[in-house]
Design a protein around this ligand. Sequence first.
Ligand code: NDP
Ligand code: AKB
Length: 252
Amino acid sequence: MRDIALVTGASSGIGKEFVRQIAKKYKGLDEIWVIARRKDKLRELKKEIIGTRVRILPLDLMKEESFERLRKVLAKERPTVRILVNASGFGISGSFEHQTEEDAAGMIRLNCEALTRVTYLVLPYVSRGSFIYQMASSAGFAPQPDFTVYAATKAYAKSFSIALRQELSGQEVKVIAVCPGPVKTEFFDRAYEQEEMKFYKKLAMADPKRVVSKAIRDARKNKAVSVYGFTMKTTRIICKILPGKWIAKIMG
Ligand SMILES: NC(=O)C1=CN([C@@H]2O[C@H](COP(=O)(O)OP(=O)(O)OC[C@H]3O[C@@H](n4cnc5c(N)ncnc54)[C@H](OP(=O)(O)O)[C@@H]3O)[C@@H](O)[C@H]2O)C=CC1
Ligand SMILES: CC(=O)[C@H](N)C(=O)O
């Protein structure tokens, strides 16, 4: 049986960085399975990774048939999953009423439903001592006007991750909600197509390498939540103290 890592959102940004660091930091993996829509980007990543085989699964996780495909591949190969990273996701900034219905529903579909379904499908293959990284966000700490749906999807990802961590603790599976602030990736090309990014987000922008490195260190320490950087750690504390409606008012 092969030991694998499975990473969604691997064609870019945080997911891609997870693949790079997993290949270096987790020894004894036979394969890293990478999921995203853009096959060309996944092929480039495969060429870059030395020492661990990369298997490309070009799937659109907004499409029903992709889950069937994943279910079948897993049933056929029966791998031992040592690491799962759910990093596919997107966000659209701007007021809710001016968002398209498709974008609003799409964020829920990808950031919540796909994350849940991939976890569900992979879980029977996850072995004792494995790691599950769920990409949540600092946006999940409190309601965020102008990122209304996105922030709500990230609150879901965080809540789901912390509860699942508890359920799986008996099996020694370490589940971690990764909650960075703004990270310099392609995410913002799409998120802020319609408007200017807020100045404080530009100031807090982090390097994906550091965010992923911190997440891997935190998961090894069995932390429930990984928060990169002083600013976001402080934000988290403030969000724990103040009621959500106050935070929403301040941010709005
Ligand atoms: N950047 C940031 O500031 C932060 C990001 N996050 C979260 O981290 C995760 C990764 O974001 P980041 O790396 O920044 O963003 P990127 O835009 O760089 O990467 C998003 C990834 O999701 C994949 N993806 C998008 N749509 C689909 C789809 N329908 N089916 C399958 N895969 C899809 C993309 O691949 P492809 O287009 O090839 O399908 C890509 O690999 C997201 O969940 C995001 O919300 C959390 C906190 C901060
Ligand atoms: C895109 C993100 O998730 C980030 N934490 C933000 O709030 O900008």
